[in-house]
Every structure is written in structure tokens, then in C-alpha cells.
Design a protein around this ligand. Structure first.
Ligand SMILES: Nc1ncnc2c1ncn2[C@@H]1O[C@H](COP(=O)(O)OP(=O)(O)OP(=O)(O)O)[C@@H](O)[C@H]1O
Ligand SMILES: [Mg+2]
Length: 363
């Protein structure tokens, strides 16, 4: 159990930013351990950066933040700086991770965004089911520690079955389904979820009976914080797709998402524009609510592929809330067609990228 002082120390470190970044060191996952007792606080920081001076600044700022806490007499901050992996090393690491945690999963595709509420989980769920409908073996893993929504979107309220020490994923709409929501208690304070996430993700990969999969779709929490970084360290990602909305301002957020993946050497597969045009439920007429082509322009500016657009439709909300993704509820509708195009674009792009990196195409 955490002492009060440990909880206060976590909170205090959330006020420490990495130089030049807007995120704090806790959400980056740099704080690997906090031990506090009777006025003494010891903190271990672990970070991979090319900039040792910045790491030293972080250490000083952390010490300062901890000393400012009431009743703290002694502060010790240990820092371990490593060099970030090069692309080749990351690829090599991915291969070794592949063989240990999820040996039978061919491509892991993360669905990410720069900010919350753009429809990441909706896109992840429908994309996964659509790929299943297209004949691939697919699983979806909901790694959103803050607000897992896959249980709702798939209408699953049970706990997963455990067989020996293996967790059996749910099977629904032709795909395997697993969510942190199945194992996290809803009242776990978010502050403890950060440190727990590494172990939880490992468990979701290594202890779950995924079997053979062509694609594993990962629903990430919004933003560019610790959970995303943990996932990128733990899972051999084929790449990330970034969901954005058509407004101009969304470009800034999409760029943030892209920058994060670039920093950790995860290829960005492309951009999906969600809540694009509005399809009238009565007459089928298509209206562009925002300016047309925002996603395409964003992809062009960020030099990544444009994977397609998903229309804005209240039926998508209803499907998500009722536990029936729209590609199941309306398999012949315009949304299902949009998800088919996006799914095929993802398949093409992943194939293309793994051709460029033959070392990574493990069968
Ligand atoms: N194309 C769409 N048309 C209409 N509503 C949509 C569409 N996509 C998503 N929504 C709705 O928008 C809301 C947010 O979607 P969702 O939960 O998928 O976003 P998210 O990016 O995963 O959010 P968070 O950042 O909280 O994880 C939901 O109510 C969902 O039903
Ligand atoms: Mg979500």
C-alpha cells in the first residue's frame, strides 16, 4: 500500500515537465519507483534520451518539487539515463518481444490520437470487426487505462474466464476481445494506474490466450502519455494509425501523436479522418460539415498516408452504446463501406511498410 507521502510524491512529480515538452515526467513513464517513509523520499527515474543535460534538469526539478512537500526531510533522486534505441535496435527488440509475449500475432496496429474524444475506440472496434469480416484473424486489445470503452462497445459485462494461468479472451463478432476494463477495478485511482499499466499490459499480452492472429488492434488512451509509451516499449507494433477529426485545429493534435511515435521509432501507418461528412439518415445525402479534405491535407503535411474517412452519423453512437458496432448493425451501410476502405488501406500500408523492413515480417 502506498503511504500518504508516496501519494503526495507522485502528485508532486506530476508538476515536473521534461524540458521542451508539455507532458510531465509521470505521464511519460519516467518515474519507475517511489519509496517514502518518515520524512525520507527516494525516487528512481529511468529515461531514454539523447540529452543528458535535460535529464539532469529533470532530476533537479524533481528534487525541488519533493523538497517542497510538507514534512519532507531528506530527498534522494536516482536517475538512470539510457540512449534511445535506434530504428534497427527497435526492430531487433520487436523481434525478440514478438517471440516471447505474443509469438503468434503477425501485426499489431495501435489506434491513437493526439487528443481525446475523436472516436479512437469507435474506429478501433469497427476496424477490428471489419478486418475480421474481410477474412483475417483479428483481436482487439483495449489498453485505455483511463476509460476503457471496448467492454461497452462490444456489450460485454462479464469477467474473462481463466484456464489454469491463461486468460481466455472473449470472442464476439468474429474477433477476440480483451480490455483492461475487465481486470481494472473501476475505483482504482488513476494515479496508481500509471505505475500498474506496464504490468497490466504485459499480462494482457503474455497471459491472454490470443492464439494465432493476423492483426491485433490496440485501442490506446487519448494523448501522448505514459500508457502510450509503455505500449510502444512493450508491444512490437507494426505501426500506429492516428485518428483525427476534420477541423483545422485537429492538425496540431494529430501532429503531437505523430511526433510521439516518431520519437519512439514506431512507424505511423497513416491518418483516419473520423466524423467527416454527415450522411442524412433520411435521404442519404452527404454534407461536409467541416471543410472538405482536412484529413487528406493533414496526412500530406505530416507526410503520412491518408487511410480514409468515416462519416459522422448518430447511428454510430447508438451502435457503440448498445454494444453492436455499426459494421455489424448495418453491414451494408455507408459506414461499413467506409470501414472496409479504411481496413483495406491499413492492410496495404502494413504490408508495404513491412516490405520496407523485411527484418520485421515474421511469419
Ligand atoms: N463517426 C462518428 N459519428 C458519430 N459519432 C461518433 C463517431 N465516432 C465516434 N462517435 C461518438 O463520439 C464519442 C467518442 O467516441 P470514442 O469513445 O470512440 O472516442 P475516443 O477517441 O476513443 O475517446 P477517448 O479519448 O475518451 O478514449 C462516442 O459517443 C462515439 O459514439
Ligand atoms: Mg477511447
Amino acid at each position: 500500500m502506498a503511504t500518504d507521502l508516496e501519494t503526495q510524491a507522485w502528485e508532486a512529480l506530476k508538476g515536473v515537465k521534461f524540458p521542451g515538452m508539455s507532458r510531465d515526467i509521470v505521464s511519460f513513464g519516467f518515474v519507475s519507483r517511489i519509496k517514502a517513509c518518515a520524512g525520507q523520499v527516494a525516487v528512481d527515474l529511468q529515461m531514454a534520451t539523447h540529452n543528458p543535460a535535460a535529464a539532469e534538469k529533470v532530476k533537479e526539478a524533481a528534487e525541488q518539487a519533493l523538497r517542497a512537500l510538507p514534512d519532507v526531510e531528506e530527498v534522494r533522486v536516482n536517475i538512470n539515463v539510457t540512449r534511445p534505441a535506434t530504428r534497427e535496435e527497435a526492430a531487433q527488440k520487436a523481434i525478440s518481444q514478438d517471440s516471447t509475449l505474443i509469438p503468434d500475432v503477425r501485426h499489431v496496429v495501435a489506434v491513437a490520437s493526439g487528443k481525446g474524444g475523436v472516436g479512437k475506440s469507435t474506429v478501433a472496434a469497427n476496424l477490428a470487426v471489419k478486418l475480421g469480416q474481410l477474412g483475417y484473424k483479428v483481436g482487439i486489445l483495449d489498453a485505455d487505462i483511463y476509460g476503457p470503452s471496448v467492454p461497452t462497445m462490444f456489450g460485454i459485462t462479464d469477467k474473462p474466464r481463466v484456464d489454469g494461468n491463461r486468460i481466455i479472451p472473449f470472442e464476439k463478432y468474429g474477433i477476440k476481445v480483451m480490455s483492461l476494463g475487465f481486470i481494472l477495478e473501476t475505483d482504482t485511482p488513476v494515479i496508481w494506474r500509471g505505475p500498474m499499466v506496464m504490468r497490466a499490459i504485459e499480462q494482457m499480452l503474455g497471459d491472454v490466450e490470443w492464439g494465432e492472429l493476423d492483426y491485433m488492434i490496440l485501442d490506446l488512451p487519448p494523448g501522448t502519455g505514459d500508457a502510450q509509451l509503455t505500449v510502444t516499449q512493450k508491444v512490437p507494433l507494426a505501426g500506429a494509425v492516428i485518428v483525427t477529426t476534420p477541423q483545422d485545429v485537429a492538425l496540431i493534435d494529430a501532429r503531437k501523436g505523430l511526433a510521439m511515435f516518431k520519437k519512439v521509432n514506431v512507424p505511423v501507418i497513416g491518418i483516419i479522418e473520423n466524423m467527416s461528412s454527415f450522411v442524412c439518415p433520411h435521404c442519404g445525402e452527404v454534407t461536409d460539415i467541416f471543410k472538405r479534405g482536412g484529413g487528406e491535407r493533414t496526412a500530406e503535411i505530416l507526410q503520412t498516408a491518408y487511410l480514409g474517412a468515416i462519416p459522422l452519423d448518430p447511428e454510430i453512437v447508438l451502435g457503440g452504446d448498445a454494444g453492436v458496432p455499426i459494421v455489424v448493425a448495418k453491414p451494408d451501410g455507408p459506414h461499413a463501406e467506409a470501414f472496409r476502405k479504411v481496413g483495406e488501406a491499413v492492410v496495404d500500408e502494413v504490408a508495404h511498410q513491412s516490405e520496407m523492413k523485411p527484418k520485421l515480417s515474421i511469419v
